[in-house]
Ligand binder design. Sequence first.
Ligand code: NAP
Ligand code: MG
Length: 495
Amino acid sequence: MNMITVPPRPALLATSEQDMLIDGKRVPALSGKRFETRNPATGDLLATVAQGAAEDVDRAVRSARAAFEGPWRRMKPVERQRIMLRLADLVEENYEELAMLDTLDLGAPYARTIMGKARAGALLRYYAGQATLITGDTIDNSAPGDVLSHSLKEPIGVVAAINPWNGPIGMSVWKAGPVLAAGCTLVMKPAEQTPLSALRFGELCLEAGVPPGVVNILTGMGDAGAALSAHPDVDKVAFTGSTGVGEKILRAAASTMKRVTVELGGKSPNIVFADADLDKAVPAAAMAVFANSGQICSAGTRLFVQSTIHDEFMERLAAFTRTIRVGDPLHPDTQIGPVVSAPQMEKILGFIDSANAEGATPLAGGNRLTGVGYDGGYFIEPTIFSHVTDDMTIAREEIFGPVLAAFTFDTVEEMLLRANATEFGLASGVWTRDLATAHRMSRGLRAGSVWVNCYQMLDPGVPFGGYKMSGFGRESGPHHIEDYLETKSVWIKLD
Ligand code: NAP
Ligand code: MG
């Protein structure tokens, strides 16, 4: 039995009208418009949220610009660090509320959302450390005479962060970390499905001593994101979301030459060789795709099993999958909750229909769950199709739901070709006990992360991001902060 105690209704939801956070104050949209956010496990209304539009974006960007030109960027690095360390403590102290907000808004089991506490604290402390590590270089030059040259690192300015809904508070923290460390300011737009924990995070920033205007939370729909990515006074856009919207953001940012980093979708291969430790690989392959109801960009959605173990592996995988507990996200033993919304559910069920129509073999799940315990919610069984061929729709397109496509393969060479035959390149998994296979695969896979004998590992110090249509830029790691800094070269003639 799980020992997690589910906390009471979050304090933030004491008021059912949630305003956005601009210049340190919770304010409604200038239009007065609001949108609903609902609990996908029950369909219940959680709150109505200020629906920011272009004029609110402008207000938020002006607030961020004023805060950037104010004391923030001139603050000593150690002061910014102290504030960030305080923020890390506050985020941890309030994590039960933050996790509960995400559970209600997204539908992810509380047993899962609360697990994000350690990472959130670690991320903020990692970036707090980086605040005091920013350095330029002194560079020798060959100019005639006596001339010194050195470089300065300066904060890039106003950053717009545009986030998806699949890991709300974790994403807020990940986006804010390098912004604060570098001395930039932020306008962050959470996804319309999950705006709540970002608002609470914004309040905690203020409580930690982040000056008003440094972190603004702009709630709204896609048009607010579009206005933000086109705003002439935004210096950089950090986007995480779908590849389609990523393309729109690149276009919108082009006319003012904004710096852009994009973390996009994936169709990641998870590859099991016959010599793998199957006791570990079976449950890991299942959770690589089913965790968070499959709503993870780096989910291992294409499972390749070496032909000599294929039938045994798939039988064990299907048996394990049938034991996964799907249901009420507030029940401490639930492993998988609903998917985020009705449209998302319909889209996923459409992919399941396509797999059946195109001749894949259904091995587990395949249906919406209804009836007692599922009423009003968007629950889909963890679903496996085997004997999928590389040309089928579920082999190629990102589903973002609990649906696994399984294939067989024979050799390393064949496997590399097929694993890489996708427009995406976010992540990959390899299961083998052979050192040469592990190295050949990790060198050959065109993906930003290769997990060998594990899956979905993340750490503040290790870069994460995509190849190809999965985007560019790396979040986490020692170089992430470079995306928030300009380099200025200074020449001083001494003679
Ligand atoms: P999405 O539809 O691309 O939305 C992401 C964000 O962009 C939302 O805040 C959305 O606002 C906003 N937006 C919508 N249209 C916009 C526009 N024209 N200009 C600017 N912003 C706009 O993605 P999603 O459905 O929320 O998330 C799922 C996708 O994110 C998947 O493809 C997944 O793979 C990807 N993802 C990638 C990573 C990664 O690190 N690589 C991590 C998580 C998720 P609204 O919510 O109001 O529409
Ligand atoms: Mg919601």
